[in-house]
Design a protein around this ligand. Structure first.
Ligand SMILES: [Zn+2]
Length: 110
């Protein structure tokens, strides 16, 4: 019973995280501050319920300052061989991701 409830909670949390990132994307043009707050909320939910933020969303947030990132706006994306280098223009730090999405699922977990 306990396990079941936990899974159920994680499922709900996952949905909330997805929704929050969706909102973040929608609000960014006019209210980038709100986008950052949605991302922050999503992170909190993830930590509280032990739910991983899906890779596709992780790439939209700065690992260092947790800003919501939009390539060409507050993030610069460059290909570096087998990696994608994303520079956050808010804190000017860089993140690197493997280019192939399959490797990425395995390597970027935290
Ligand atoms: Zn940053």
């Amino acid at each position: 019973m306990k396990m079941k409830k936990k899974y159920w909670l994680q499922d709900i949390s996952k949905q909330r995280i997805e929704r929050l990132f969706e909102f973040a994307g929608q609000e960014f043009d006019e209210h980038p501050d709100r986008s950052n707050r949605y991302v922050q909320l999503a992170r909190q939910i993830g930590m509280r319920h032990n739910v991983r933020i899906p890779i596709r969303f992780k790439r939209r947030m700065c690992r260092h300052c947790h800003s919501y990132l939009v390539p060409g706006n507050n993030a610069r994306v460059r290909l570096q061989g087998t990696h994608v280098a994303v520079t956050c223009l808010v804190c000017e730090k860089q993140m690197r991701y493997p280019y192939s999405s399959r490797i990425e699922e395995k390597q970027i977990t935290g």
